[in-house]
Write a new protein. Structure first.
Length: 149
């Protein structure tokens, strides 16, 4: 897969979650559905929980577009936790599949992205990122020539 296509897919997915984060903060009904303040209460959560979910979605969306495996992994795993809660909520509340197909679909996509960006060593997630080190300059031909008397 080309680098541009992969970057475009990350941006597309991140924009979906950024839009989802904005709708969580929207005070009334959106063009997509009823107000999330009412939805969260209907699902059995406090109304303010939508702000927590919206913040997590927004931060994860930003992490997905940073071209770094570490940040993309953290963004995808954050969304996996949020989406696991969303899928569980839809199952517990017996929501129709027409209204709840997006959460399991996105959960599957985030699982694939998390696996694709899985760190070689889990301790890499805890280490501070290091700047690439510069290689020492190569000696020129004049410097490497041996001077014979």
């Amino acid at each position: 897969m080309s680098k541009h296509l992969k970057t475009g897919l990350y941006w597309f997915i991140a924009l979906q979650f950024a839009l989802g984060a904005v709708t969580k903060y929207w005070p009334g009904d959106t063009i997509f559905s009823t107000a999330y303040s009412a939805k969260f209460v209907d699902w059995g959560y406090p109304s303010w929980m939508r702000f927590v979910v919206g913040a997590l979605e927004g931060v994860a969306a930003v992490l997905l577009v940073i071209p770094n495996r570490r940040t993309r992994f953290l963004g995808a795993t954050t969304l996996m936790f949020v989406l696991t809660g969303a899928v569980t909520t839809h199952i517990v509340n017996h929501d129709p599949a027409v209204e709840s197909w997006a959460a399991p679909t996105h959960l599957l996509i985030m699982g694939i992205l998390a696996l694709a960006n899985w760190p070689a060593d889990w301790r890499d997630l805890l280490r501070a990122p290091t700047a690439p080190t510069a290689r020492p300059p190569r000696p020129s031909n004049e410097m490497t020539r041996v001077q014979h008397p």
